[in-house]
Design a protein around this ligand. Structure first.
Ligand code: T4K
Length: 413
């Protein structure tokens, strides 16, 4: 419990947590069932390439999402790259900048230009009316990203794609297990892509999948993830190695059995954060529509420094020194990372809402590795800091000035 500013670890106090608390600590399902499956894989001597567990995993995911096809892959980034290539995207593709860098890189990797588009501040998702403004004759598609698992405005995006003759894909890396108007994410657009990375609430160690109802697209993607082979000695597309291993598929099947439990814990944590931080001026928890299916895997705060007086970055520094490794997802925005920063030096002028949001958001630890007591303790620190915002901010600024002076006098010959 921090009662004086000197108690904060950033000012020399003892860190609130002995062990580091991470965002994205993996959820592990039933260990014995996983080990049983791995033993069976070893007995079968079939480790990859359309194995028994992979087929079962793909069938289970397709059933859950309510689509005809699921093609599981080695990770979400490769799944995106293959979906982009199979859908025939070229030239320019409209994407939000408020996303993980993989969304943009999956395009640029194939020399397709990501054209960054602004977001709606309420949803953090791509703004359809901004999409319209950046479409050019070179545009072939739109990739929406369901940030934090909250659905994009899929109706407006479908309307634009239809009217302008564009392909529509979704990066649904955050949205496994979520729905929109009762329909599962994964069933919108021409195809959607999930990530099952270790840090996602549902993981296959590394992994991802493309889900679609389009038969032709699905069969192309299936071949492309296996080098383009359409049978022995016959390659008909440029392909790559996007295959998911049997061990990953076994992990996926095991985690599916615990999916409801993981979501239940995420929901419990979300409610606890909401309860603890309720009414805190300048600190807003990103909320989820509880009438829909949600995975509640991201606990995101928006900090209004005009009210809290401490900046988001100061709060991040304070929490890190307390061993709470909060993250600034997705600062500074793809448009401010290379190579995009050099390619489009004035992109920020088109992205005022993104520019504002990336300086305000912060993701907090959750999942099965975090307990309610730990959440209360994290929130106590946040509340304590916000209650002394002005003082904390001044002390931190003074300290950083002193550090700068000390460094410059040390380096002066
Ligand atoms: N599109 C979007 C919108 C995405 O968010 C992502 C991935 C993708 C596409 C691409 O999907 P994949 O190709 O990754 O399947 C992480 C993840 O690496 C990345 O998967 C994720 N999004 C992104 C939001 O976060 P980092 O650089 O923050 O990860 P890292 O390794 O620092 O891990 C985060 C925290 O989790 C750390 O504090 C440590 C902890 N951790 C991590 C791992 C790997 C563990 O406790 N155990 C672990 O095994 O990017």
């Amino acid at each position: 419990m921090k009662s004086e500013l000197d108690n904060l670890a950033v000012f020399g106090g003892v860190p609130a947590f002995e062990q580091k608390l991470h965002v994205g600590r993996p959820n592990i399902g039933d260990r014995q069932r996983l080990l049983g499956r791995i033993n069976d894989i070893l007995d079968r001597r079939w480790l990859s390439n359309d194995g028994f567990y992979l087929k079962e995993f793909e069938r289970r995911v397709a059933d859950m999402v309510g689509v005809k096809h699921c093609i599981a892959m080695c990770n979400g980034t490769v799944a995106l790259e293959i979906a982009i290539r199979a859908a025939g995207l070229t030239g320019e593709v409209v994407v939000p900048s408020m996303t993980f860098i993989a969304t943009a890189h999956a395009l640029q990797w194939q020399e397709i230009t990501p054209v960054f588009c602004d977001i709606k501040p309420e949803s953090h998702n791509i703004n359809p009316s901004c999409v319209e403004k950046v479409i050019t004759p070179r545009t072939t598609g739109i990739i929406g990203v369901h940030i934090w698992g909250r659905p994009c405005d899929v109706e407006s995006l479908a309307d634009i794609a239809h009217r302008r003759g564009l392909k529509l894909l979704y990066d649904a890396a955050h949205a496994f297990g979520c729905s929109h108007n009762g329909r599962m994410i994964g069933s919108f657009g021409d195809a959607e892509v999930f990530s099952f990375h270790a840090t996602k609430f549902f993981n296959t160690f590394e992994g991802g999948a493309v889900v679609t109802n389009d038969n032709e697209l699905a069969s192309k993607i299936r071949l492309m993830k296996n080098f383009g082979f359409a049978g022995y000695d016959n390659v008909i597309y440029i392909g790559t190695n996007g295959k998911m291993s049997e061990v990953s598929a076994a992990m996926g099947l095991t985690e599916l059995e615990s999916l409801e439990e993981f979501i239940g814990i995420n929901y419990r944590n979300y409610k606890q954060y909401g309860h603890e931080l309720k009414g805190m001026p300048g600190i807003q928890l990103v909320t989820y529509d509880e009438t829909e299916k949600c995975n509640y895997q991201y606990i995101v705060l928006e900090i209004d420094e005009a009210i809290t007086r401490v900046t988001r970055d100061q709060l991040v520094e304070i929490l890190h020194t307390e061993n709470v490794l909060v993250r600034r997802y997705f600062y500074p925005g793809c448009h401010r990372m290379q190579p995009y920063r050099s390619y489009f030096p004035s992109a920020r002028l088109m992205l005022p809402k993104t520019e504002r949001l990336v300086k305000r958001v912060m993701s907090l630890p959750t999942g099965t590795a975090v307990g309610l007591e730990e959440i209360s303790k994290i929130c106590e620190i946040i509340k304590f800091v916000a209650a002394h915002g002005q003082e904390v901010s001044e002390m931190l600024s003074k300290r950083s000035c002193q550090k700068k002076i000390a460094t410059s006098s040390y380096s002066t010959p």
